[in-house]
Design a binder for this molecule. Structure first.
Ligand code: NAD
Length: 362
């Protein structure tokens, strides 16, 4: 039986890295039945909404989706489809492994960090009040009543919401992941010294959950100290669990430690549904040039194969990718020491990975 999956090519560089990944996946010999759907501006133009119901229905039915990046208009226009998908489908855990592959030039070796980011609340709850609206005036009045502090008339508000339920759920996910993958330490990052009622709640919840996992080391770390330590000595970290906004920022930082966004895969996981997508966005300036690195997208597909129980194929595919990177001949511009050196195209990287896969088979 083929695996029935929802495929979201996305926009910008999305369609080209998805095409490369689809070819690689099909070359593994595993059969897939793709339900291809559109979101973002294309869906807005065709259906009048950036996230049509049929997309959510397809993902709910298939339970697994492979997704390319989707552009979010900045400041105005529709809200992020990426955030909406995670919230609508309750994909509460964002998993972003950041690992150094030999051959990638970085100042650090042997980094192997997994970021577990809470995906549904915090400053990404989407509860915002624009400057000068009736709602923001009402909120300012409420704040004045409750705290005797007067907000400036031209203030906008984005609300940071952290619940005990979601905090416990994500920390539990991090510990379960650590246990399943035989990892040794979970670090919970926060700013509880300043944000006592939001991050403070997250920290209390993390400490409580940690007590259920005496076999795994636990520590908490203030977010700014974490960033400094990651920049100095990233090897001291193993699994890091964070609220949404810090998780977003720190996963890009960790991607930078291991060679950049071109090699940073990811997954958004709920109790029954999972969407696999790279950490990077739609990089519109490179769209249609067959230039960007498909490795983050293909590594995300490797995570998907593991999720589908195709562990052996996932291991083979990861090895094929690692071999292509280690060889250094068929890699894109971002993995070249000198960016003026000739580099492989997106589709040539896929060809090289497929060739390595075939060689392993023979
Ligand atoms: P981005 O990740 O798209 O690109 C930033 C830069 O990183 C690029 O200009 C490029 O230099 C590099 N880069 C990214 N992916 C690469 C790859 N595969 N190979 C080589 N280099 C790569 O970030 P951005 O410019 O801040 O965002 C662009 C758009 O993507 C925005 O609309 C944003 O909202 C959206 N976005 C979507 C997702 C998602 O779909 N999950 C995630 C992040 C950003």
């Amino acid at each position: 039986m083929p695996h029935k999956l929802t495929l979201i090519p996305g926009d910008g560089i999305g369609p080209e890295i998805i095409e490369a990944t689809k070819r690689v996946l099909e070359a593994t010999g595993i059969k897939f039945d793709w339900d291809i759907v559109i979101v973002g501006q294309g869906a807005q133009d065709k259906f009048g909404t950036p996230l049509p119901d049929y997309v959510l229905e397809s993902i709910k039915k298939n339970k697994v989706a492979l997704k390319g990046p989707v552009t979010t208009p900045i400041g105005t226009g529709f809200r992020s489809v990426n955030v909406a998908l995670r919230q609508n489908l309750d994909l509460y855990a964002c998993l972003r492994p950041c690992k150094t592959y030999p051959g990638v030039t970085t100042p650090f070796e042997n980094v192997d960090i997994v970021i577990v980011r809470e995906n549904t609340e915090d400053l990404y709850s989407g509860i915002e009040f624009a400057k000068g609206t009736r709602e923001s005036d009402r909120l300012a009045k409420l704040i004045l009543e409750a705290t005797q502090r007067e907000m400036k008339k031209d203030s906008g508000f984005s609300i940071k919401v952290i619940s005990e339920t979601a905090s416990k759920r994500i920390v539990k996910f991090a510990f379960e992941y650590a246990r399943a993958k035989k990892r040794k330490k979970v670090s919970a990052a926060h700013k509880a010294n300043i944000l006592k009622f939001s991050d403070g709640l997250f920290l209390t919840a993390a400490r409580e959950v940690a007590r259920e996992y005496p076999d795994i080391e636990f520590e908490d770390v203030v977010i700014d100290a974490l960033c400094m330590r990651l920049a100095r000595n990233p090897q001291q970290y193993d699994v890091i669990v964070l609220p949404n906004l810090y998780g977003d920022i720190v996963s890009d930082l960790c991607a930078g430690l291991v060679g950049g966004l071109g090699v940073a895969p990811g997954a958004n996981i709920g109790d029954n549904i999972a969407i696999f997508e790279p950490t990077h966005g739609s990089a519109p300036k490179y769209a249609g040039q067959n230039k960007v690195n498909p490795v983050a997208m293909i590594l995300s597909a490797t995570m998907m194969l593991r999720h589908l129980g195709e562990t052996e194929t996932a291991d083979k595919l990861e090895k094929a990718i690692a071999d292509v990177i280690a060889e250094g001949k068929s890699v894109t511009y971002d993995l070249k020491l000198d960016r003026n050196q000739p580099a492989a195209t997106t589709s040539q990287v896929a060809d090289a990975v497929i060739k390595k896969l075939k060689n392993q088979g023979g």
